[in-house]
Design a protein around this ligand. Structure first.
Ligand code: GDP
Ligand code: MG
Length: 238
């Protein structure tokens, strides 16, 4: 089965080259980098990788307002429109989502429509996070499960592998949130459509190079989105 890894980037110059090489070490994989005009030149580095691996690295240079959710929408829509991969994965560029887990996720897609690389499947497998961030993330997941009815242990993981048809069934252009809330919203849309959601355990290691783009606006949105999703579920889409 052919697979495509969609990787959003913002200032990931030091992480991207080795990461792309590690993903492409799997012969069935191609990569799409969705760069948001990174000031550190990540976009040009991605172009270089595209020349180094002809036909295996697609690069999207976004302009205008930057955002992780917007980048995913654009990248995933393009993956469906312009690539013929059977499986479409999403992963971060900072090595927190180690490509070594991709084969297990791809395998699990034989029995599931979307497979999550999960930090909270067997207890907690997160390395190098400050305690407050760990508490925030585990609390967020309990909260999301309670409010939305999703059952996955890690609803906010950005490490996912989709069967093409399950991804194509989602109304990507109507997903309005950004950041982590975007990930919850996508999973909720899939759940509403009867997608079989699976999880594979990963050990998530906090980035060593570059910096996190987590912001308080993104956090507030994550608190409100589960309620919006639940209300929409109860009362139908406006
Ligand atoms: N295209 C794009 N990528 C982003 C943006 N913000 C973050 N990213 C990428 O999304 C991934 C996760 O971001 P990160 O800052 O590590 O978030 P954290 O892991 O939650 O701390 C990384 O690959 C980032 O480069 C953005 O606004 N646009
Ligand atoms: Mg990160």
């Amino acid at each position: 089965m052919k697979a495509l890894a969609v990787i959003p980037t913002y200032n990931e110059r030091d992480n991207l080259p080795d990461l792309v090489r590690a993903v492409l070490a799997n012969p069935s994989f191609a990569v799409m980098v969705v760069d948001d005009g990174s000031p550190d030149g990540t976009g040009a580095i991605a172009d270089g990788l595209s020349s180094e691996f002809p036909g295996r690295v697609d690069v999207v240079h976004r302009t205008g307002k930057r955002g992780l959710g917007r980048s995913y929408v654009e990248g995933l829509q393009r993956a469906l429109a312009q690539h013929d991969a059977d499986l479409i994965c999403q992963m971060d560029a900072d090595w927190s989502h180690d490509p070594k887990y991709l084969p297990a996720m791809v395998n699990a897609c034989t029995a599931h429509d979307v497979v999550i690389g999960s930090r909270y499947l067997n207890g907690v497998s997160v390395v190098n996070w400050p305690l407050r961030r760990l508490i925030l993330s585990t609390f967020a997941n309990r909260y999301i499960r309670a409010v939305t009815g999703l059952r996955a242990n890690d609803c906010t993981s950005g490490f996912r592998c989709w069967r093409r048809a399950a991804l194509a069934a989602l109304p990507l252009d109507r997903v309005v949130s950004d950041g982590y809330a975007f990930l919850t919203e996508m999973l909720f849309e899939a759940h509403e459509r009867g997608a079989r959601i699976g999880e594979v355990p990963i050990i998530f290691v906090e980035r060593r190079m570059g910096s996190s783009k987590l912001s308080s606006g993104v956090l507030l949105e994550s608190v409100l989105t589960p309620w919006r999703l639940r209300l929409r579920y109860l009362f139908g889409r406006p």
